[in-house]
Every structure is written in C-alpha cells, then in structure tokens.
Design a protein around this ligand. Structure first.
Ligand code: SF4
Length: 307
C-alpha cells in the first residue's frame, strides 16, 4: 500500500522491530491552569475526563498501573514492547525528585522502551530537560508540548495562560538533547480562519519538532467553551470539511514529521459539537480514502520546498 503520510504506529514498529503498545498512566500531577497558579477553570475546552483513559487511576502507584496495563496488553494482543504515556494534566508539573521517581518507575517496567510525556511549554526548565536528556541516553523519550495554536489571539481566547513565544522557547531548550519533541494543536478554533489554521503547518514545519498531534475542536460538556457555544453557537468542522482540511494540512506539513493523532473522539455522553456519528475505525478509513482520492502526500505542498 502507498504510504501517504507518516504515522506513529508504523514509525515505532520500524524503530523497535515490533508493534509498540501504549500504556497510559496517571501520576497524579495537576496543572497550573487549574490549581490557581494561572487559573482555576483550565483551558476553555478542557474537560480532563474527555482525555483520561478509564483504566488510569492516580491513586494507584505508577509501577502498579504499568504492571496492570502491560499484563492486560500482553494477554490480549501478545504485546512485547511498551511506551508509557503520561497523559492527563501536566506531566512535568512537579518537583524534580517527584518527576524522576515517576519516570524511572515507568522505565523500570518490563519491556518498556520509553516514555511519552504530555505537558505545557511553560512547565519545563533546564533541570527537567537535563533529567529527560539523561533518560534519553538509553530510552526513547518524547515530550509532547501542548501548543494548540501559533496565534496569541487564539491562545488568549482559549485561556491557555501562555503565548506562542513560550512554546518556541521550550522547543529551543529541548532541541539537540536526544529528546524527541512533539506538538499538539487544535484545528477549528473560532478565532482563526481556515487559512490561518492551515498556515500552522508551514510554521511548524520550520521548527525542530518531530511529532505532531492535530485534532478538530470539540465542544464538550462541563467546560467554559460549552457555555460559550450554547449561548452563541459558532461553526465547527463538519465531517467532510475536516477530512479535506486534514489532507490540505498534511500536504503542507514537512514530510519528516510523524503524525501521532489526526482527530479526537470524545465520548458521546459529553460531546456537544461537532457530532459526526463515526467510529474511530471509520474515520481512519475515510481519511485514507480521501488521501487516495486526492492522490495527496504529506509534504507535497510543504513550504520547506518553496524556497
Ligand atoms: S488542557 Fe491541559 S493545560 Fe489546559 S487546563 Fe486542561 S490539563 Fe491544564
């Protein structure tokens, strides 16, 4: 089959010689945009239950969460290698000893090849990077910075609590240390035109990031965004619009960036908009179909080829 874009599963399989399964853990960290340091309501769209896997429980020790996750995946899929994913909230938002304990506990799990650490770009510093750099000597270490948008007008709207420059500073601090760098963005914020959101592909292609998560804006219950939307609904991506947007975006993205995520699927019980009524599998198949129909390839319209 023709490979039209880089995705994470095949990337890991090639690198480690087998399918690498993700084990989600919740180390019980919080977030400065929720604990009062920057704010208490969080980013305007944030409902952590929409991205906290049900198997995660911060009251259970990291080592036990991993052991249970690995046991399940080994039995269910005969999985042999694992990447521990620190996902909920801000996973570099703790003291250095706490972080080191959690990361080392995770890496000590049987057949764990590395870590993926989701965090905010304003929750990293030289000491934390040095810790990750030391772990990266023997393991695959990926830090995923939540960016959401390169436009400060959007970051202000979503009450993110940091600006784009903060992200650039974090990327600069992390670069050339053997640590893999990822970014996470949201498409379809009401503050941006379609072209502005597409232009993020050009911008990110020029940075030293190797991984990207992108998904459509979802309005979910119990968030400030839901209140805004219910008061004054704004357009969100229809299913067909998003498929075409995604193809346009990935065509403009540097061919070497590995895509970890293409869309979001919040549970039906909390999703307000957009409602697509599609399963994960259907969405993946339709993305592939749209790429084929348009004979599109990642990077074919990348700004990196335009000068
Ligand atoms: S999206 Fe992330 S950074 Fe924003 S409030 Fe939620 S946990 Fe914190």
């Amino acid at each position: 089959m023709v490979k039209r874009y880089n995705s994470f599963g095949p990337y890991l399989k090639k690198k480690f010689g087998t399918i690498v399964y993700k084990v989600n853990v919740d180390a019980g960290f919080t977030c400065p945009n929720r604990d009062g340091t920057l704010g208490v309501t969080g980013c305007i769209y944030c409902n952590n239950s929409s991205f906290r896997p049900s198997e995660c429980d911060p009251d259970i020790a990291v080592a036990k969460q991993i052991k249970d996750g690995i046991y399940y995946l080994s039995r269910r899929y005969k999985a042999e290698k694992f990447l521990v994913y620190f996902q909920p909230y801000t996973n570099t938002y703790a003291s250095l000893p706490e972080l080191e304990k959690a990361y080392r506990e995770a890496l000590a799990g049987p057949s764990v090849v590395g870590l993926a650490i989701g965090t905010r770009p304003d929750c990293i510093d030289k000491d934390k990077i040095e810790l990750l750099q030391s772990l990266a000597r023997d393991h695959f270490i990926l830090i995923e910075y939540g960016l959401q948008s390169i436009y400060d007008k959007s970051l202000n709207y979503i009450l993110r609590g940091h600006d784009y420059q903060t992200f650039l500073d974090a990327v600069a601090l992390t670069s050339d240390k053997g640590i893999h760098i990822g970014a996470h963005i949201i498409a379809g914020l009401p503050t941006e035109t379609r072209e502005e959101t597409l232009a993020m592909a050009d911008e990110l292609s020029g940075l030293s990031i190797g991984f990207l998560k992108i998904h459509q804006l979802q309005v979910v219950k119990d968030t400030p965004l839901a209140a805004v939307y219910l008061r004054e609904p704004f357009p969100t991506f229809s299913y067909k619009e998003y498929l075409d947007f995604l193809v346009d975006f990935i065509e403009r993205l540097a061919p070497g960036i590995v895509l970890q995520r293409f869309f979001a699927t919040s549970p039906d019980s909390i999703l307000i908009a957009p409602i697509w009524g599609k399963s994960r599998q259907e969405i993946i198949l339709d993305i592939e179909k749209r790429f084929t129909e348009r004979n599109a390839f990642q990077g074919s319209k990348c700004a990196c080829y335009r000068h």
